[in-house]
Design a protein around this ligand. Structure first.
Ligand SMILES: [Zn+2]
Length: 165
């Protein structure tokens, strides 16, 4: 145990960025598939992959919101099957946005898709929320819708973030 800790601290003074050769501290070093990089190099690298334009962010948000809402309208007629449809709606959102923004991508776009899918689902819950105000309740229906929104949004986010089909 102590031996391992010793070697770790012994190596740190010689740690340098694999890309620009600048010395880096263990706190700021970022481990990448090609070795340790300094944060500036990581940021520079990220910019190359961040190809989405400002309008793409808006498009991604709107498409995610509309599809999430429409998918939810359809799904809410299906009871428990809603939960089977949700991941499909998520991947529909991811693919529709990918085509619409011509495969440009960025972290901000991913977040916009996630936010759009979540916010687009809110109107779905209005009937149940109105019932609550009237002193009635349909908890099962409300919970199903919440789970649908969570599943659809997380599926859309997971797909836009990494998994490519
Ligand atoms: Zn560097």
């Amino acid at each position: 145990m102590t031996d391992e800790n010793q070697t770790d601290t012994d190596q740190t003074p010689g740690l340098t960025c694999n890309r620009c050769g600048k010395p880096i501290t263990p706190e700021t070093a970022v481990l990448t598939p090609t070795g340790y990089h300094c944060q500036e190099c990581v940021r520079a690298q990220q910019k190359i992959f961040d190809t989405a334009r400002p309008l793409d962010i808006v498009i991604g948000f709107v498409i995610a919101a509309v599809l999430s809402y429409l998918g939810g309208l359809l799904a809410s007629r299906l009871g428990f099957f809603t939960l089977l449809i949700a991941p499909g709606v998520g991947s529909l959102i991811a693919n529709a946005v990918r085509v619409a923004v011509k495969r440009r991508r960025s972290k901000l776009l991913n977040s916009a898709i996630l936010a759009g899918a979540l916010i687009g689902g809110i109107p779905l819950m209005i009937p149940e929320i109105l019932l609550l105000f009237r002193g009635e309740s349909n908890w099962l229906s409300l919970i199903l819708k919440i789970v649908y929104i969570a599943l659809a949004a997380s599926a859309a986010y997971a797909q836009t973030k990494g998994i490519r089909i």
